[in-house]
Design a protein around this ligand. Structure first.
Ligand code: AMP
Length: 249
């Protein structure tokens, strides 16, 4: 079985984003970019399934600028077998990404597509769900455990107040939550090896997909600065203050 893992190049999670002066978006000039953390978890899960003998090949795919090659090379250095870059300098919304991934899946016929539950730049949490709908295949979102047996995959999902386990018939779509696994670091020899692994470059036009935006960003603002707190002497003073604020009865 083949596994397809879509990975997005996003602003590194350690970087504090700066909003552009005109409020049109986040300033990405000279900012460190990395693989979306939930996608690292997706790559790790795919590699573990291959190591268990459940899968034979792990293919990483990214939609983004030429520099997204670096992200794909990171996936290859972690252990993926080959990569596909769908190159575009335009911002592609989740629907466009899902349409492109559906076309890739038509060609690749993967048994399982493992995505992150959300990209930490746009926080959309849409692509996996849209892809499942476009392909007419089952989805297991927010996965904290993934077990393949025969032609089904059992996905344990993190839901409000507990865990839910669902069984999906393959081919299926899974999106990863934080507790699924702890991704490995790429070793230096594997980083070297990754340089010679296959990376195919395509464009959205190659797949005949219209990725023009369906929505316009009106304004981006920084979160309001937090005002300084006050120290209270004891619990009585804290309760009195909370009562005064109407928080406690
Ligand atoms: P989102 O719906 O934008 O929050 O993204 C959810 C997941 O879809 C991500 O964690 C990735 O696995 C995948 N994804 C989103 N955008 C891209 C992209 N441009 N290239 C590859 N994968 C993507």
């Amino acid at each position: 079985m083949k596994l397809l893992v879509p990975i997005k190049r996003v602003i590194d999670y350690n970087v504090k984003p700066r909003v552009k002066a005109d409020g049109s978006g986040v300033d990405l000039a000279n900012v460190k970019m990395s693989m979306n953390p939930f996608d690292e978890i997706a790559v790790e899960e795919a590699l573990r399934l291959r190591e268990k003998g459940v899968a034979s090949e792990v293919v990483v795919v990214s939609i983004g600028p030429a520099k997204a090659q670096e992200t794909l090379r990171t996936g290859l250095a972690m252990g993926a077998d080959r990569a596909i870059l769908i190159q575009t300098d335009d911002e592609v919304e989740p629907l466009g990404v899902a349409k492109l991934l559906a076309k890739v899946q038509e060609e690749e016929q993967a048994g399982l597509i493992i995505l992150g539950k959300q990209a930490i730049d746009d926080d959309s949490n849409q692509t996996g769900q849209m892809l499942a709908a476009l392909l007419g295949r089952p989805q297991g979102t927010f996965a904290s455990k993934v077990e393949v047996s025969g032609d089904a995959v059992a996905v344990t999902r993190e839901v409000d107040g507990g865990l839910e386990t669902v069984s999906l018939t393959l081919p299926a779509i899974v999106t990863t939550d934080l507790r699924l696994n702890e991704p490995r670091y790429a070793s230096l020899p594997n980083i070297m090896k990754a340089k010679s692994k296959p990376l195919a470059t395509k464009t959205p036009a190659d797949y005949g997909v219209d990725v023009s935006p369906r929505l316009a960003t009106l304004k981006v603002v920084e979160p309001p600065k937090r005002s300084a707190g006050v120290k209270v002497a004891d619990v009585d003073e804290l309760v009195a203050k909370l009562k005064a604020m109407g928080v406690a009865a």
